[in-house]
Write a protein that binds this ligand. Sequence first.
Ligand code: MRU
Length: 334
Amino acid sequence: MKFETLQRVGEKLRLIDQTRLPGDIVYNDYDDYHEIIKAIQRLEVRGAPAIGIAAAYALAVGVVQTGQYEIKQIEAIGRTIKDARPTAVNLAWAIDRVLSRLKQETPGSLDAVLKLLWDEAEIIHEEDRLMCTRIGEHGASLINAGDAILTHCNAGALATGGIGTALGVIYACHYQGKNISVYADETRPLLQGARLTSWELMQEGIDVTLICDSMAAVLMTEGRINHVVVGADRIAKNGDTANKIGTYGLAVHAKYHNVPFYVAAPSSTFDEFIETGRGIPVEQRAAEEITEGFGHRTAPDNVQTFSPAFDITPNELVSAFITDTGIRPGGRGR
Ligand code: MRU
C-alpha cells in the first residue's frame, strides 16, 4: 500500500487522518491517549480491526503519558479506551488481550510494563496484517475471473493493519490477475465508500465504479453484480453480523436477486460472548452527520433525526463468512 494507516513512531502513535481523505494526505502523531480516543470517535481512524490496533497502542501511550503502571491504573485507562465506540468488538478484544498478558506476566517496573504493552500492541498489529492476507486468499477462491463485486463502506487497508477484509479479497483477486471489477457504495452519511474505498482501490489500479447506495438494487436486477462482499464490526455466536448502516438492506437485495452475500472478517471480530445480533450495541451518531453533510446544511433546522452507525444482518442472509481460518457457511449457504 502507498500509505500507512497506523504506525508506532517511538512512543507515539501515528495515524493517517481519514477525515481528510481523499483530498489531503495528513498524518497526525499522538502522545496523549485521550486524543487517540477522540480520533477514534471522529473516525480519523476507523474500521473494526484498525480501532482495535489503535486501542492497544493507546494503552501503551496512556502508560507513557501518566507514568502509572499498577494493574488497577492500567485497567482504568483501558476502560476509558474501550468506551470510545461501542459496536466493534475488536476494541474491547484488544484491550482485554493486552491486560490478560499483563496479569499473566506481572512485570515489576515501569520499563518492563511499557516493553510488554508496546510489544503486545505490535503483535496484534502484525497478526491483523497476516489475518487480512489469509482472508484475501480464502475469499479469492470464491471469485471467478472477470467477476464484478459490490462492497459497502470501507473494509480495506484503511480499516485494518493489512490489506483489509472485504477489500483483502478484492486485492487478492487483483494480484492473482483475475481482472475483477468493483462497485463501491458511497455509504451515506459519512461516505466511507466514496472517500476511502474508491480512493484506496484506485491507488492500486483496480477498476472501481462509485455508486450511490440506492443504486445497488438496479445493478443486481441488471445482472451486473456477481458477489457482494462486506466487512463486519461484530459477529454474534449465531452469525448475526453488525456492519455499516445499509449492509442489511444490501443483504436483502442480494437474497432477492440470488447474488451471493459474503461477510469477510478476522477471528477478532467474532464475539464468543454474544448469542445473537440483538445483544450487539449499536452506536448512534450525531444528528449533524445527516443534516450537515460535510459542512453544508442539507435539512431544516431542528428536524428530528435517526442515525445508527451500524445495522445487524441476520445470519440467514449471509451466504458465507470469509475468515482467516477458512470459509464458514452462513445461514443462506446451508
Ligand atoms: O464507522 P466505521 O467507518 O468505523 O465503520 C466501518 C465498517 O462498518 C466496516 O465495514 C467494518 O468495521 C469492517 S472494517 C474491516
